[in-house]
Design a protein around this ligand. Structure first.
Ligand code: 2AM
Ligand code: CA
Length: 286
């Protein structure tokens, strides 16, 4: 744990952070570093993979180990908070999660990448306050890059404040998620929309981790991200980081998010938000 704390302190040298942000955020960042250490030291083998319900939807023993670690750490940091983790299988958003504090955790976002040693997976921790994102922390242990934000304090990457890009869509990269675990029709629609955006942007990217895609847009690397269906733990932390970096996140119809569970996601930079960027309704099959 000493190494974990040293790294957390190293990331905290940005003046703006120390002036404005809380001890609570610093502790959650430490927990995310600890989760990342478990991920990078893991060697996922086939026998560690257990099928979760649905197509292309997996969980490894490491998803469960990281979640156990985070449950322990985060409960110590804020004992009164509720805890919703992907591997708990808690699909229903209970009314009490919308009051006070609730941690929403994806221990490993990008599990299909993780299982294949693709080295693009992250830990994603959101803290909701009265049902809205209040803190977001996302750590990519392979690149040793941590993104974090606290409501009203700005967003940061490894201690440096980040902002979305002012570029228009025509000068931006677009990243998409394919929702491969749902009906083929939804996936088909994702590609049709991708084709529509391809003609209006520089090119399309697909990382396999929605949380990571939200960090890329928050830090000005991409201009727009969409995925037809995501769970709350996939997008809650990223939403906090993106909004604090000046971006906008809605569902794919442009509606405000309720933060109650599954939703389509459409995220844009300050630059793209000035345009008519919503995909045509006839391409959507939600
Ligand atoms: P995961 O890697 O934690 O499972 C890839 O398209 C994105 O979708 C990833 O963020 C992935 O998260 C997420 N995802 C995987 N299975 C999902 C499901 N059944 N419902 C919603 N999102 C899912
Ligand atoms: Ca996961």
């Amino acid at each position: 744990m000493a190494k974990v704390e040293k790294r957390a302190n190293a990331g905290m040298t940005g003046e703006k952070y120390t002036e404005k942000c809380s001890e609570l955020l610093r502790k959650i960042i430490s927990a995310a570093y600890g989760a990342g250490e478990i991920m990078v030291n893991a060697s996922p083998h086939d026998e560690d993979v257990m099928a979760k319900g649905g197509r292309a939807n997996y969980v490894t023993v490491f998803d469960e180990k990281v979640q156990e670690f985070l449950l322990k750490e985060l409960s110590r940091i804020l004992p009164e908070a509720h805890f919703v983790g992907e591997e708990e299988g808690q699909e229903i958003f209970l009314p009490e999660y919308g009051k006070g504090f609730t941690f929403v955790v994806d221990p490993i976002d990008g599990t299909s990448n993780f299982m294949r040693d693709y080295e693009l997976s992250v830990t994603s921790i959101a803290l909701l306050k009265d049902g809205r994102p209040y803190i977001g922390v996302i750590y990519n242990p392979y690149a040793d890059r941590i993104f974090y934000a606290e409501k009203g304090c700005g967003a940061f990457e490894n201690g440096r404040q980040i902002f979305t890009s002012p570029d228009p869509l025509s000068h931006s990269l677009v990243s998409m998620g394919t929702a491969p675990y749902y009906a083929d029709e939804i996936t088909h629609s994702a590609f049709e929309i991708g084709n529509w955006y391809l003609k209006r942007s520089i090119d399309i990217r697909r990382s396999g981790s929605a949380a990571w895609d939200l960090c890329l847009i928050a830090s000005g690397r991409t201009g727009l991200f969409y995925e037809p269906l995501l769970c709350l733990w996939d997008y809650a932390a990223g939403a906090c980081i993106l909004e604090e970096a000046g971006g906008t996140i809605t569902d794919m119809h442009g509606e405000i998010l309720a933060y109650r569970g599954k939703s389509s996601i459409l995220a844009v930079t300050a630059g793209v938000a000035k345009e008519d960027y919503l995909p045509p309704v006839e391409l959507m099959r939600e």
